[in-house]
Design a protein around this ligand. Structure first.
Ligand code: SIN
Ligand code: FE2
Length: 213
């Protein structure tokens, strides 16, 4: 595997790690998942709908409403479990995420024309020792990353289809977001736009929750 570029300590980027066939298969899997677990534009705590539409693969999906954010075992609309995580994502996590503990959630973010994601930290997971792995598919994103304080300086970089990046260690709780999507920069996503997949371990591992001898 190619060496990653360390953008800031703890934030590594593997440009073009996924080949076109894998990118296409993942877009198809994400759109198939949305047939049973439809994309939703969740409300944030401020009562405003997000411009990014979301669903998930795996035992847990992230949802949000006026009462707050959480990982849930069921899609809030259908009240059914989330679709299973594709094997290629489990394998990627074993290589770049954590070899011992599988991911229990993969968020699927759909950015259509004009969608963006404000600067935030990923901090709804039980143990930030597990990294977050992010996969970009379709149109290029103008991504922004800073430090662990909202006031820290940020830098901007482009994430293109097939790129994989990892937030870990000192960057695991770094503020990050998507300023905008370069509409039409890729034809990969039917109907246009970008799909981002983020693999996470949201709950503690079985080992961590086992009773101590
Ligand atoms: C996220 O922070 O959840 C999404 C990041 C991205 O779309 O690249
Ligand atoms: Fe995030």
């Amino acid at each position: 595997m190619s060496q990653p570029l360390t953008v800031i300590p703890g934030f590594d980027l593997w440009p073009g790690l996924l080949d076109l066939a894998t990118q296409k298969a993942l877009v198809e899997a994400a759109l198939a998942a949305a047939q049973t677990a439809p994309f939703a534009n969740y409300e944030t705590g401020y009562g405003k709908a997000m411009s990014v539409a979301m669903t998930a693969f795996g035992p847990l999906g992230w949802t949000s409403d006026k009462t707050g954010y959480r990982y849930a075992e069921q899609h809030p609309g259908t009240e059914r479990p989330w679709p299973a995580m594709p094997q290629v994502l489990l394998d990627l996590w074993t290589r770049l995420g954590d070899a011992d503990t599988p991911p229990d959630s993969c968020l699927i973010n759909l950015y259509r024309d004009g969608a963006r994601m404000g600067l935030h930290q990923d901090r709804d997971e039980a143990d930030p020792a597990f990294p977050v792995l992010s996969i970009s598919l379709g149109d290029t994103a103008v991504f922004r990353i800073g430090g662990t304080s909202r006031k820290d300086p940020t830098r901007s970089l482009k994430l293109t289809s097939g790129d994989v990046c990892r937030l870990a260690g000192p960057a695991r709780l770094a503020f990050h977001g998507v300023d905008r999507i370069l509409t039409g920069s890729s034809g990969l996503v039917p109907g246009g736009g970008r799909i981002n997949l983020t693999l996470r371990r949201a709950r503690l591992s079985a080992k961590q929750t086992a009773p101590q001898p």
